[in-house]
Design a protein around this ligand. Structure first.
Ligand code: ARG
Length: 464
């Protein structure tokens, strides 16, 4: 057998006396999944080749041949005509082999001053940088969708909960803005991780650097990296940037999972705060009355798989001595699946948000239950001069009385409230209304409709 690289079609075959067994070939090959890196692999190779020519390591004629070859390869891949071969192990060797078929010796020279170790690290960083940008953009879309909904419901009153018990009234807009805050921090985390993702490993070669007079800064500029990795051993071996990305992804999914849990809960007929558009729900094959919130449930479920990928990558790294080890080939599938899950989840969440129908009457009814304005009565008494702890005690008595009588605090009536404390004036009933309660919390971070509208304005300015 003769091939481009020698007698066994493999880059290192001259040293070996028998072919790799089929079992080993299948076990070690990554081309089935890393062909997804083809585009970034070619971008990296083109920048490397241009640098080799600029530094005189490669001739201009060879560079032109390499560029021509890659144009053809890109067309073949786009058209689905490219023949991926398991014999050639991974995306890098498949593409290099085809390049050599197309342009001859120039293709064989491309790998000068480079190793697959710095090549794959470069590919994965380029790919992840682009994916990070897409995720940050999708996060902005989702935040905008939430802001639109929050704006429509800046004054819609719902119960705020602690311990899943009605605590104090809040506005639905305020509740939604809590998630906008979480998502804005998620976007910051991705942007921060991007700074460390966006460093160029190329030039590290296998592990120690190269004896050729390369220009790493030039390659970095051409590929849009912010700088070069400063240590060759570190450059080819660490995948902490992928771990960081997956950690940010896990926190994001955790937030989306919490939100999903609320949507499921709000949709339950017992709660009935919202309805989700039919396109986000499924029926039951046996119970004709059912409309199940499958999408938020699945988002909650997919959170677990992203956490799993984070654990996989952490574990992948923990036992590896310097420098490159084949273990690192296992970095790709968790990363790819994390990105796929995030992209799909963010898209569907933004669209789902536009299909949320709010049942303001049900929210209001629930907020009116559970003595949600009890704190307002205590605050009222404090303003009249009572120390807060005493006010708290007094309102607890009022709640007990109202509860026994089966009425809310306002339902006790002015006379009974005044009997509890002479400080109670006839202005007290205003403070016990739901509108009075939310409107009074009128400071940055508070639930008052005015504050909700101001916060929406700030978020919109940040996202524009
Ligand atoms: N497919 C390999 C990976 O994903 C490329 C690097 C292989 N290098 C090596 N020395 N075996 O990591």
């Amino acid at each position: 057998m003769t091939g481009q690289f020698g007698n066994k079609d493999k880059a290192w075959s001259a040293r070996f006396s028998e072919p790799v067994s089929d079992l080993v070939k299948r076990y070690t090959a990554s081309v089935d999944f890393d062909r997804r890196l083809a585009d970034v692999d070619i971008r990296g190779s083109l920048a490397h080749a241009a640098m080799l020519a600029a530094t005189g390591i490669l001739s201009e004629t060879d560079l032109a041949s390499i560029q021509r070859g890659f144009t053809t390869i890109r067309e073949e891949i786009a058209a689905g005509r490219f023949e991926w071969s398991l014999d050639l192990e991974d995306v890098h060797l498949n593409i290099e082999k085809r390049l050599t078929e197309l342009v001859g010796d120039a293709g064989k020279r491309l790998h000068t001053a480079r190793s697959r170790n710095d090549q794959v690290a470069t590919d994965i960083r380029l790919w992840l940088r682009d994916a990070t940008d897409e995720i940050i953009a999708l996060l902005a879309d989702l935040q905008r969708a939430l802001l639109n909904l929050a704006e429509r419901h800046a004054g819609t009153i719902m119960p705020g909960f602690t311990h899943l018990q009605v605590a104090q009234p809040v506005t639905f807009g305020h509740h939604l803005l809590a998630y906008v805050e979480m998502l804005s921090r998620d976007a910051e985390r991705f942007a921060d991780a991007r700074r460390r993702i966006n460093r160029l490993p190329l030039g590290a070669a296998a592990l120690a650097g190269t004896s050729f007079p390369i220009d790493r800064e030039r390659v970095a500029r051409e590929l849009g990296f912010d700088g070069v990795c400063q240590n060759s051993l570190d450059a080819v071996s660490d995948r902490d940037f992928a771990i960081e990305f997956t950690a940010a992804a896990s926190v994001l999914m955790m937030h989306l999972s919490r939100f999903s849990e609320e949507l499921v809960n709000w949709m339950s007929p017992r709660v009935g705060f919202i309805d989700l558009s039919d396109r986000y729900c499924t029926g039951s094959s046996i119970m004709p009355q059912k409309k199940n919130p499958d999408v938020p449930e699945l988002i909650r479920g997919k959170t677990g798989r992203v956490y799993g990928h984070l654990m996989a990558l952490l574990t992948l790294m923990k036992g590896q001595p310097l420098a490159y080890n084949k273990d690192n080939q296992e970095d790709k599938e968790p990363l790819f699946d994390t990105v796929d899950t995030l992209v799909a989840t963010l898209r569907i969440f933004a669209d789902m948000t536009t299909g949320i129908q709010v049942r303001a009457d049900r929210m209001r009814q629930a907020a009116a239950e559970g003595f949600s304005t009890a704190t307002d009565l205590a605050d009222y008494l404090v303003r009249k001069g009572l120390p807060f702890r005493d006010a708290h005690e007094l309102v607890a008595l009022a709640v007990r009385e109202a509860s026994d009588a089966g009425v809310d605090l306002a339902g006790l009536g002015l006379a009974r409230l005044q009997a509890l404390s002479p400080l109670v004036g006839d202005d007290v009933l205003n403070t016990l209304t739901l509108e009075g309660s939310v409107g009074a919390r009128n400071h940055i971070g508070g639930t008052a409709p005015e504050q909700v509208r101001a916060a929406i304005g700030r978020h919109r300015a940040r996202l524009s």
